[in-house]
Design a protein around this ligand. Sequence first.
Ligand SMILES: *[C@@H]1O[C@H](CO)[C@@H](O)[C@H](O)[C@H]1NC(C)=O
Ligand SMILES: *[C@@H]1O[C@H](CO)[C@@H](O)[C@H](O)[C@H]1NC(C)=O
Ligand SMILES: *[C@@H]1O[C@H](CO)[C@@H](O)[C@H](O)[C@H]1NC(C)=O
Ligand SMILES: *[C@@H]1O[C@H](CO)[C@@H](O)[C@H](O)[C@H]1NC(C)=O
Ligand SMILES: [Zn+2]
Length: 308
Amino acid sequence: MRMHILYGMFFLFSTLKTSSGAEWCYQSQVTCAKPCQGPSKWTEVAMTCGGQAQSPINIVTKKARTDERLKPLHYTGYQFGFHSDIINNGHYVQVSLPDSAKIDGGNLESTYKTLQLHFHWGAHGGPGSEHTIDGEQYPMEMHIVHIKQEYHSISEALKDKTGVAVLGFFYQESGSSNKKYESIVNALKYITQPGNNTTVKDLSLDMLIPSQENLTTYYRYQGSLTTPDCDESVVWTVFENAIPLSKEQLSAFSQLSFADGKNMTGTYRPVQPLNGREVYRSGSVVVWVNTVVLLSSVLAAVGLSLPD
Ligand SMILES: *[C@@H]1O[C@H](CO)[C@@H](O)[C@H](O)[C@H]1NC(C)=O
Ligand SMILES: *[C@@H]1O[C@H](CO)[C@@H](O)[C@H](O)[C@H]1NC(C)=O
Ligand SMILES: *[C@@H]1O[C@H](CO)[C@@H](O)[C@H](O)[C@H]1NC(C)=O
Ligand SMILES: *[C@@H]1O[C@H](CO)[C@@H](O)[C@H](O)[C@H]1NC(C)=O
Ligand SMILES: [Zn+2]
């Protein structure tokens, strides 16, 4: 009897597997000989990908609401040096991180610790970021993934609507190469095949992100992971200031391969509908308020008043 149930379950699972065509992939891979589920079919891989609070999004700067509580974040342990595994996971490049680096402040409801960082990019330095700003797609985007301090794994954090905090950074092409990225860019040639990994030495998170004074402007919204299962458990912080990389450094990511042997390019999910979500912008409304107050007093002095 028990055996029959087991066989039944086996058949059910193998049928599901073949009917849904197995693995998810990016749009750039959909034309390949080996069938895979592109972004428009991710709901067949995970129902959650069809949810109402998905990421990435296009950020319309004029519609972003300024929120004074979005002060600069506090970064702890971002200055620590570490050696780390960098891996071609078949979809993109990921660097594992020690959990000793933490963020809080910036209206985050908790302290979050680092888990991993990874990159999304285009083809040979072409458009490839996941988030877009007023429709502009940058050549690359880094996600530093954090989970609430009290959780022990990503799966635990994903059960909490605000369990994961991802910091998103854009890249822009610059005339000269960025020395701080040399160790990561040099490591790429050792991990061209899915499953390959190598060690990058003497990294720190500080060196990979803009300087503190260039981290004050950011966007905040509630969204999801940008790969299946697309869990809607992510508090997003997307920074306005882009990190400079040369054309050669950006292109280096395209030398990696997907499992089908094609160059690993276009590793981004298309933007998703907002569905009524608010996007908030850091910064202060004080300047504007002061202007109004000043204007009112000037007008009062000459016997006029501002309309309400
Ligand atoms: C990368 O993976 C391929 C295929 O699995 C393997 O043949 C090759 O030896 C690996 N390279 C390194 C540097 O580990
Ligand atoms: C890195 O690759 C080696 C050899 O292929 C493997 O034994 C090891 O588990 C891999 N490490 C990671 C973190 O994937
Ligand atoms: C901050 O960003 C601006 C504009 O992107 C850039 O010109 C400046 O060099 C940056 N400052 C630092 C210290 O990185
Ligand atoms: C794949 O990347 C390598 C290394 O950058 C390049 O030589 C090759 O032309 C690329 N292939 C395609 C199809 O773009
Ligand atoms: Zn990502």
